[in-house]
Design a protein. Structure first.
Length: 132
């Protein structure tokens, strides 16, 4: 099922919990939990965080009732992988970020920092039952 079946634009208010793990220079991870409340925009096959003005996923498509998106970025010393899944029927959402930073410019070496962030919660668009 393609992005053509998604709405042209959908703004969703989302809230839930973030679990964050930060590992620096191979030390034990620093674990944190927090709550969030932000807006997501699904437009043109991309999912973005309106409040933070950054991309959560690209090539979004509808598979059954699930909106699924993914994006990978790599620069000279940074790699990032993001996945997003939002249930159209219930609004349940899961956003995963896995990022690695490297000393120098070789992303094949062991990372100097690793971040994993899992945000789970519920999104709503103002409709009573489904997102669209």
């Amino acid at each position: 099922i393609s992005a053509a079946e998604l709405p042209k634009e959908l703004i969703m208010q989302c809230e839930g919990t973030t679990k964050l793990s930060v590992t620096l220079f191979g030390n034990a991870p620093d674990l944190q939990t927090d709550t969030f409340h932000f807006a997501l925009r699904l437009k043109g096959g991309s999912l973005s965080n309106v409040d933070g003005n950054f991309l959560e996923g690209e090539n979004c498509a509808l598979a059954g009732d699930m909106i699924r998106c993914e994006v990978d970025t790599t620069s000279a010393n940074h790699k990032e992988h993001r996945t997003a899944a939002i249930d159209r029927a219930t609004g349940e959402m899961r956003l995963l970020l896995e990022a690695q930073t490297f000393d120098g410019t070789d992303t094949k070496d062991a990372p100097s920092a690793t971040i994993k962030s899992l945000r789970t919660g519920v999104c709503h668009s103002g409709k009573t039952k489904s997102l669209f």
